[in-house]
Design a protein around this ligand. Sequence first.
Ligand SMILES: [Zn+2]
Length: 354
Amino acid sequence: MASKYGDFYPSKWGFPKAVVEGNAPSPKQFMPDYLDDPSFYEKGWHAENIGDGGNFYWVTSPAGYDAGFVVTGDGVIVIDAPPGLGENMQSAIRSVTREPVTHVVYSHWHSDHIGAASQFGPNVKIVAHDITRELLARFPDKHRPLPTETFSTDATLEVGGTKLELSYKGADHCPGNIYIYGPAQKVLTKIDIVSPGSVTFAHADVSENISGFYQAHDDILSYDFKALIGGHISRWGTREDVEVVREYWHDLLGFAEEALWEMSNAEALQGFVVGLGRQNQMVGAENWINSIANYATEKTLTKTTSNGQTWPERLAGATVWTKYHAWTVAETTRTERTHYGYQAEGNGGPAYIA
Ligand SMILES: [Zn+2]
């Protein structure tokens, strides 16, 4: 059925409409069979037992949000409560156990991943990082009850003999985003870094600290895991999934740095504003930063990668989201990494000024 806005809202000053032609379809590995099963959309959830031990579950929803739970024998530990999964999390839990939910672990403070936590009532223990509590106290939300137990670097949550190791390694997607690891099951939960099988959502999944986002890929791989719960979008992940996207991000970073050297030196910068007049410098500034993003996008998407395929052949969303990732990676290379514009006294002329 056509919506009020049709299939796009155009604006003279906005983004162009994306079309199927010219974009690559998602590779098959990104499209598990359950996506073609109508009962998935009727039920609103799909769960799979993951890792070793038989008591750790991954749950996903038609909205493309996923979470986890562990049946401990002495209550259920829920990991995240995305509103897009909502109370269907309880249906998923009831499909395998009658044990009550006794604990909820918040991966991070974002409401799209924990904004249905209130459904578990006032008597559950809620475990999160100190920063998550601080942010939720600062920006209160009735659907995200305050954590009852917090930690700063490492903590162990033990319920009914099931152990989860919680760890905070610093800001990445956002401050307070933690690692949740079941050593017996070899299941790792780390949300909003790797969306297995895809390049993830725009702007490095709207991450705040891009250096931390890069570091998180290495930190994920430092765990001995068989299954990764990443928070999105169609399936849980393997080590290989993480290694593949890590390679993608490093290709993109390399080309973003190359683009900055190419286009941020004094001569190249002049080219973007020449003839515009001082009152139109912002037009040139937009063309400058977008040209950097386009350079990195083009080089990344046309590169033959380590297995002989291109990124659009290996990862879903590559032709769609890479330009946004390139923009973010280039821009944060200027703000988070060593800056080459260090100006000597007088007209020392660094090669790279913006
Ligand atoms: Zn998030």
